[in-house]
Design a protein around this ligand. Structure first.
Ligand SMILES: *[C@@H]1O[C@H](CO)[C@@H](O)[C@H](O)[C@H]1NC(C)=O
Ligand SMILES: *[C@@H]1O[C@H](CO)[C@@H](O)[C@H](O)[C@H]1NC(C)=O
Ligand SMILES: *[C@@H]1O[C@H](CO)[C@@H](O)[C@H](O)[C@H]1NC(C)=O
Ligand SMILES: *[C@@H]1O[C@H](CO)[C@@H](O)[C@H](O)[C@H]1NC(C)=O
Length: 510
């Protein structure tokens, strides 16, 4: 298959022809940058997740996760790839810490594998699993890097899925037990916690479309039931920390939501409404209960309620919070984590009423502008303006919350070390974060580059590479080698922002 980055290579060849003084690794058509610095003590991080890097899927007492089960079925993941070895970070974590150290990040965002510490999801503790994370945290401490820890990055213990997983309302109790163990074991050293990573993926792809573990299919029903239980489980863990750990551990707890930017396709009011609807269905679904009113966005309640009635359901397919639950959920986060990658154009478009799905409930059509640069992932088009717009939108809709960019990054398929496309991506997305802070007054306190290294990219296997570091997967030592983007990111961190006299920052301006 054609590598989409050839477009970038072609552009490079053309531009180098025009200006021989420009370092090859810097070339892409730029929008003007803001040359300024980030606030003091800004969190600079890079990230991974357990299933994508750890390997050691069945050793030292680890229980299977839903992703171990899912990827063991033939034909699910590209080329039959699995996370069984991945970057082997269970054994090679010191290589990860060394890579992080060379980036000079202040924080490392990683996730704990629930079935590694609780093989059955609840009950029996697996001490070697606990020790692994203690050792990782100790190695980070030596390198002067703070952990930012995600409790749930999609790898539910299979034992809990066998009891209904995120569709069983008991999951909030299971998640609380697991979180209590993590806060107890690691909380003295962890000051930033993320409860759930991208609950949207779990609800919509895992239990709605069935294209992600655990591959349950209920696009207009399970989607919302799983979403509801995810929100309540998040809130339960936040309240646990608030009452029992925060007073002496003094950390903060947030949630990481993946939210695209949606622009209206035209000047029509209907399209502007459609773009707002898309943002509410994707971001507001989780953010409005937690950071807004304590309840789902009114547009979701209205659309899903009306359609459910027309479709013959005796109640809305969107579950309702009780008054007590609204109070419990509202304000259950110290910061909003944002995983952001791409944007869409949006048109109003009524759906077929027989289509019972989260997608159809939105009555819109979203698509990519064909002029946007691509990446190594079909779903990821390069649209730096979208991040700034999203941050402003979130500030305005959800009471100006503290925000941390918990993921942002770009894939290619080559894994090449001279990764100009990724430099372009980071430069402009990070600069848009700076503009949002300096020009728009948005409260962003940290930025996390996804990902530290090439790794197991879920259903795409090892084909879509997001790393600042290349991993040679054919070598048993799985060496991590810095790409050009790693030096570029380290430079931004060193400068705490953008300087005109730094390589890659100042040309060419189109
Ligand atoms: C790492 O960053 C700190 C500021 O956060 C800076 O003082 C230091 O010089 C940097 N170290 C390197 C090796 O760039
Ligand atoms: C949900 O979990 C409870 C335990 O809390 C269990 O008794 C019940 O069987 C589970 N439901 C399903 C559908 O598996
Ligand atoms: C509504 O329908 C569900 C099944 O879709 C059923 O379990 C429930 O009992 C019904 N409720 C009422 C009030 O009829
Ligand atoms: C990756 O590792 C293999 C095995 O050690 C080696 O033969 C190969 O040259 C390496 N590839 C690169 C690009 O370094």
């Amino acid at each position: 298959m054609a590598n989409i980055n050839w477009m970038g290579w072609l552009l490079m060849v053309l531009l180098v022809g025009n200006d021989k003084t420009v370092p090859v690794s810097c070339i892409y058509v730029d929008e003007p940058l803001l040359y300024d610095t980030f606030p003091p003590n800004f969190v600079w991080a890079s990230a991974t997740s357990a299933h994508q890097i750890e390997g050691a899927w069945n050793v030292d007492g680890k229980g299977p996760s839903i992703w171990d089960t899912y990827t063991s079925q033939p034909g699910i993941v590209a080329e039959g790839a699995t996370g069984q070895t991945a970057c082997n970070s269970y054994y090679f974590y010191q290589k990860d810490v060394d890579a992080l150290k060379s980036l000079n990040v202040s924080h490392y965002r990683f996730s704990i594998s629930w079935p590694r510490v609780l093989p059955d999801g609840i009950g029996r503790i697996n001490q070697p699993g606990v020790d692994y994370y203690k050792n990782l945290i100790a190695a980070l401490k030596v390198a002067n890097i703070q952990p930012m820890v995600t409790l749930y990055h999609w790898d539910l213990p299979q034992a809990l899925e066998d009891m209904g997983g995120w569709l069983n309302s008991s999951v909030a109790d299971w998640f609380e037990e697991y979180a209590r163990l993590c806060f107890t074991q690691f909380g003295d050293d962890v000051k930033i916690w993320v409860t759930l990573n991208e609950p949207w993926i779990t609800a919509w792809q895992g239990y709605g479309l069935g294209v992600s573990a655990p591959a349950k299919y209920g696009p207009g029903t399970y989607t919302y039931q799983a979403g509801h239980n995810l929100i309540l489980a998040h809130a339960k863990v936040y309240r646990l920390y608030e009452s029992s750990f925060k007073p002496f551990q003094q950390g903060k707890v947030g949630i990481a939501l993946n939210i695209n930017w949606y622009s209206p396709a035209t000047d029509l009011t209907a399209d502007a409404d459609a773009a707002e609807r898309a943002l509410q269905f994707m971001g507001g679904w989780f953010a409005n209960p937690i950071f807004g009113s304590g309840d789902y966005p009114s547009i979701m309640k209205q659309k899903i309620g009306e359609k459910s009635a027309l479709q013959g359901f005796n109640q809305s397919r969107l579950p309702e919070f009780t008054q007590e639950q609204k109070i419990f959920v509202q304000g259950s986060a110290d910061f909003l984590g944002i995983n952001h990658y791409t944007s869409f154009l949006t048109e109003d478009k009524p759906s077929d009423i027989n289509d019972i799905s989260y997608e159809a409930d939105q009555d819109l059509y979203a698509y990519y502008d064909p002029s946007w640069y691509g990446s190594g992932s079909p779903w990821l088009k390069i649209t730096p303006f979208g991040l700034r717009n999203l941050l402003i939108w979130l500030r305005d809709r959800f009471n100006d919350p503290e925000m941390i960019i918990t993921e942002n990054g770009c894939s290619d398929t080559a894994g090449n070390l001279d990764d100009m496309l990724r430099i372009y991506y980071f430069k402009h997305y990070i600069n848009n974060v700076l503009k949002a802070i300096k020009n728009d007054g948005v409260k962003v306190t940290g930025y996390t580059a996804w990902s530290l290294m090439d790794n197991f990219e879920w259903r795409a296997g090892y084909n879509e590479k997001f790393g600042l570091f290349n991993v040679n997967f054919t070598s048993p030592e799985l060496p991590r080698t810095a790409k050009a983007s790693a030096s570029y990111y380290a430079q931004i961190i060193r400068d705490n922002g953008f300087r005109t006299d730094q390589p890659c920052n100042n040309y060419p301006i189109s």
